[in-house]
Write a protein that binds this ligand. Structure first.
Ligand code: HEC
Ligand code: HEC
Length: 216
């Protein structure tokens, strides 16, 4: 190897060493952590973080983009699936043992969700649990959807369980399955931020006009 070739290798190694921490910093910044697959403690910006956006429609859409971090998180979308089976774990693998949604999301006769899932997490066996544990209807599936599609579907009473915007805010504040997302037990990563911040963000999104982000 010639001297100059060695020199180039050292230089490119240095470049990597400089670039990597810079990217890591960006990922952790206020812009969000979309780069990280599932960070253990993903943050969620509070509504005040959007105060500098003077146009209320733009502010509302930006808040929804932030909320999408939660909708897309495995703690929420392992249940909000399009298919016939729930998913599990931070890697969203298909549910084992093999279970199916059945007519109402509670499983099929003989293998209901509540045969295994209790009203609370059962950590010795690693089984998550919360009151009324069942799969969200397909019309409420989020996996693989754009922020715009998630937003429009969430606002549509035909698909959201005939809920008003106020009902949806109340649902994310009080529903035990939503609350579970921030206390999932075992080694599961919690949903981003806190439930209180998520509720505040959704309330502010509604107050500012419940505007959907434009697809890119
Ligand atoms: C035969 C027992 C059994 C039945 C029935 C069952 N589950 Fe599970 N489920 C488990 C176990 C065990 C785990 C934990 C697996 C793990 O985390 O490795 C689990 C995990 C999950 C998770 C993963 C949570 C997460 O984010 O990691 C979801 C979602 C889930 N089940 C939904 C359902 C739904 C919905 C039904 C009914 C349609 C159902 N399960 C029926 C045993 C069962
Ligand atoms: C164990 C499964 C499960 C988990 C986990 C879960 N959900 Fe749901 N979710 C449901 C079911 C079932 C419904 C439908 C309830 C109904 O209509 O009565 C639902 C409905 C909703 C709705 C109502 C409107 C709509 O169009 O979706 C919202 C909003 C929602 N969930 C948010 C969340 C968020 C946020 C999380 C994570 C922090 C979450 N859910 C985690 C099962 C789950």
């Amino acid at each position: 190897m010639t001297r100059s070739a060695k020199y180039r290798i050292v230089l490119s190694a240095m470049a990597v060493a400089v670039i990597v921490p810079a990217t890591a910093l960006m990922v952790g910044s206020a812009l969000g952590q979309n780069g990280a697959e599932v960070a253990e403690e993903e943050e969620l910006l509070p509504p005040e973080a959007f105060d500098s956006i003077s146009d209320s429609a733009e502010r509302s859409a930006a808040m929804f983009d932030e909320m999408v971090k939660v909708f897309r998180h495995p703690r929420c979308n392992n249940c909000h699936v399009d298919g016939d089976r729930p998913r599990q774990g931070d890697d969203r693998r298909l549910h084992q043992p093999w279970v199916r949604r059945g007519d109402s999301g509670f499983g099929v006769p003989g293998l209901r969700c509540y045969s295994c899932h209790n009203e609370e997490n059962f950590d010795p066996a690693g089984i998550p649990g919360a009151v009324n544990w069942h799969l969200a209807p397909r019309s409420m599936a989020w996996e693989g959807k754009s922020a715009t599609d998630i937003c429009e579907q969430l606002k549509d009473p035909e698909r959201n369980g005939d809920r008003s915007l106020a009902d949806i805010v109340e649902h994310v504040e009080k529903d035990p399955l939503v609350t579970w997302g921030w206390a999932p037990g075992g080694k599961r990563a919690s949903a981003p931020g806190t439930q209180a911040v998520f509720v505040a963000l959704m309330g502010a999104w509604v107050e500012n006009g419940a505007v959907c982000p434009i697809a890119d």
